[in-house]
Design a protein around this ligand. Structure first.
Ligand code: SF4
Length: 304
């Protein structure tokens, strides 16, 4: 969708104000980011770890030349198994001005990226909006992917209505106690459901020909921790069976999970085949990562 200058300006003003009493993600820290850091540890400048043509996202978002992924530093969740813990939790990365960030967007576009894939954008929305304004003035036209844990407030999402093309949204858990235990987030499931309903209201189910809509990601965790059945039922019954599901098998124990017995192994064949069966039973379709020996996290197969 072509970026609308008026919408960008309105959202930019909103998020710049919000940075002084931050509720950009559902941690709702209410800190003035000019003076204090909240749960995500981020100040007022955008901080990124990398910007690359990325081939590990869902096939339509990757296209021929890769998704133009920008990995932002900091997160509103602290997953004990986070594969990106060095920058999501330990704050490794470099600060960039909004203009530099806009130039990075344009560079990815020039490199042939299929999409602009904003990975964990929530803590940096005020800078991202300024960067999009810079990009729009200089010819940025890539579809914008909001790649999120879904731990985000509806009010935040409303500001992005008409700006985001694709919501690539996780369901991490359907049990709040487990979400708190393993990711330090209160009320995850309720907040996630509200966020997903709002995303679906805005963009509907993903359609590759329009490069527009909602894709729900679900990574299967060992020992039923991710609550796969309830997650799939929610998509099928409260959103739509036309919302593509992206089922992920790539879990492996890293970071703190290596010392947590119920998370200290990869998922097994039975767990994954049960999840795939449930996808079919709920009439869902999409993509899945094959559970092969390499477990390299590539989406080689479609479901449905
Ligand atoms: S982005 Fe989220 S975690 Fe970071 S300060 Fe704002 S509300 Fe807190």
């Amino acid at each position: 969708m072509a970026l609308d200058r008026k919408k960008l300006n309105e959202a930019s003003r909103y998020f710049n104000t919000l940075a002084k009493d931050c509720t950009m993600c559902a941690q709702n820290c209410h800190v003035n980011r000019e003076k204090r850091r909240g749960f995500c540890g981020q100040g007022t400048s955008a901080k990124i770890t990398n910007a690359v043509l990325h081939f590990g996202e869902e096939p339509p978002l990757v296209g021929e030349r890769g998704a133009g992924a920008i990995f932002f530093v900091g997160c509103g969740m602290r997953c004990v198994y986070c594969q990106n813990f060095a920058f999501s939790q330990l704050n490794y990365g470099r600060e960039v001005s909004s203009k530099e960030l806009g130039e990075i967007f344009l560079k990815l576009q020039k490199s042939g990226a299929t999409t602009l894939d904003l990975v964990t954008p929530e803590p940096h929305l005020h800078s991202i909006l300024e960067a999009l304004i810079y990009g729009q003035k200089n010819g940025l036209s890539l579809p914008i992917v909001f790649n999120t844990s879904s731990y985000v407030n509806v009010e935040t999402l409303k500001q992005l209505d008409g700006i985001v093309d694709v919501y690539l949204a996780d369901i991490r858990y359907t049990n709040d106690a487990l979400a708190m235990k393993y990711s330090h987030v209160p009320d995850y499931w309720e907040k996630c459901k509200r966020a997903l309903r709002e995303m679906y209201r805005q963009v509907g189910a993903f359609k590759s020909e329009r490069m527009h809509g909602l894709i729900v990601r679900h990574m299967v965790l060992p020992n039923g921790i991710s609550g796969t059945q309830m997650a799939l039922r929610f998509i099928a019954e409260e959103l739509s069976t036309s919302v593509p599901i992206s089922l992920m098998s790539q879990y492996f124990p890293v970071y703190k999970a290596r010392n947590i017995s119920e998370l200290a192994r990869k998922i097994n064949e039975e767990e994954y085949s049960n999840a795939l069966k449930m996808v079919e039973e709920y009439g869902l379709s999409g993509w899945f990562q094959p559970l092969d020996e390499e477990r390299n996290g590539v989406y080689a197969k479609t479901i449905g």
